[in-house]
Write a protein that binds this ligand. Structure first.
Ligand code: HEM
Length: 408
């Protein structure tokens, strides 16, 4: 069957569209319960899309440094980006064709015959927007939320500046890598003269579920990942752990932490199955917690082996990351597997997990959890080499833009 293009997706209606959507998008969309007719996720709303909305399979992430100098220019950039994002997520071109035929086209074109691919574009503002080296660049220092603090040095960090930080982030997720790439490329083009790309990351497979209707994917270590994640359907947990209730401008927003975590895959692949399972604290094949039978069985941290040892070892990842070990702190994980080819110096794969998480306050959630993971058995197999934190403002109203609550 031929693919459903953006134009067809938007033009088709009723039962025919539904049938086409399932047929064209194939089993994956249907299996995730997302057989919507037009392959779109609304850009506008109380919260930005790409956080609680179902995790798509592909990521293109861009972190930008601002080169503009005035607050009004920042507002104009976020407005232009939001308008373009609203159009692209609806399956339209990034902007209208210029009337001057000598000007370059307003959309680069590579997504023209593809479906909207459930594209979501999520924007975030880094701490340096509010203060950089003690300088109040845009007169916004007084509006900086306390939760938007730089991530402090953490155990096991091997951070590289060229993979860390940034003033603004664009997280584009879609079913199709070209749709996600197209979004970041066009936003970078629109931002020329105002923002430059600092680093980017492609992700090729989701490593979490954000909805009960999604099946649990596997990460590059071969384990099911996302089982005990917060799910969007659990609105009480979302309110308690994810959405900010800031009275100023961040109400309905959230804070994003990204970590580029390289896996030492060659070392992991030499570990025995037993070692691997004891490291994570779950059974590799079924995803069940050690001592359990089913993936969704509760992790019983008190269970003992017949010889009296903890069933889930004291240094197992799921024990140390569990809310019970972290004063009930929870995060919404929404990361992606990546590979950036080959590290020619070491002759090893440069691959791993581009970890993304959302929360109300990284100082009380990601940071203490990551500190707790200092004794994680997983540390033998991973290195954190990129880190960033962003405030993701609430969603834009129709006709508005992301960041309007701060910059209007
Ligand atoms: C490459 C690095 C990592 C790998 C391979 C990994 C893998 C996993 C796996 C397989 C699970 C069990 C399935 C699940 O419940 O989702 C899990 C759970 C979890 N991970 Fe990670 N993870 C990594 C890094 C991190 C980091 C950096 C954090 C946060 C600082 C984190 C926080 C959690 C949490 C909160 C859980 C759920 C624990 C529970 O309540 O049972 N993980 N991870």
């Amino acid at each position: 069957m031929s693919r459903l293009t953006r134009r067809q997706a938007l033009g088709a209606g009723g039962a025919a569209a539904g049938a086409l959507a399932v047929g064209a998008a194939g089993v994956k969309v249907a299996a995730d319960g997302g057989a919507d007719a037009d392959h779109t996720v609304p850009f506008h709303g109380t919260h930005q899309a790409g956080i609680a909305t179902r995790a798509q399979d592909r990521l293109m992430f861009g972190s930008f440094d601002l080169t503009l100098e005035r607050r009004e220019e920042l507002r104009d950039l976020l407005r232009a980006w939001s308008e373009a994002a609203a159009r692209m997520t609806a399956g339209e071109r990034a902007g209208p064709e210029p009337s001057n035929k000598l000007a370059p086209p307003f959309d680069t074109g590579e997504a023209a015959d593809l479906t909207p691919g459930h594209l979501t574009v999520t924007f975030g503002l880094g701490p340096a927007v509010f203060e950089r080296h003690g300088e109040d660049r845009f007169g916004l220092a007084a509006r900086r939320p306390a939760a938007l603090a730089e991530i402090p040095p953490l155990p096991g960090d091997e951070l590289e500046a060229e993979r860390s930080g940034g003033d603004l982030c664009v997280q584009a997720c879609a079913d199709d890598p070209q749709v996600a790439f197209h979004a970041v490329r066009n936003l970078a083009r629109i931002g020329r003269g105002a923002a430059v790309l600092r680093w980017s990351q492609i992700g090729f497979g989701r490593t979490s579920t954000t909805s009960r209707r999604q099946s649990t994917p596997r990460n590059l270590m071969g384990f099911k990942d996302g089982t005990n994640n917060i799910k969007a359907e659990d609105t009480a947990a979302m309110r308690r752990h994810v959405w900010a209730d800031d009275p100023d401008w961040m109400g309905g927003g959230t804070y994003m932490v990204t970590r580029r975590i390289r896996m030492l895959i060659e070392v992991w692949d030499r570990a025995s199955l037993d070692d691997q399972q004891l490291t994570i604290g779950r059974v590799k094949h079924s995803g069940a917690p050690l001592g359990g039978h089913d993936e969704f069985d509760e992790v019983n941290l008190r269970a003992r082996t017949p010889d009296g040892q903890p069933r889930v070892p004291v240094d197992a990842h799921v024990r140390l990351a569990a809310p019970s070990a972290n004063a009930d702190a929870r995060i919404l994980r929404r990361g992606y597997s990546f590979t950036d080819g080959f590290d020619s110096r070491l002759g090893q794969l440069d691959a791993g997990l581009f970890f993304i998480c959302f929360q109300r306050d990284p100082r009380r959630q990601f940071v203490p959890i990551q500190r707790r993971l200092a004794t994680d058995a997983l540390n033998e197999y991973i290195v954190h080499n990129g880190s960033a934190v962003f405030a993701c403002p609430p969603g834009a109203r129709r006709g508005g833009y992301v960041g309007e609550t701060l910059l209007a």
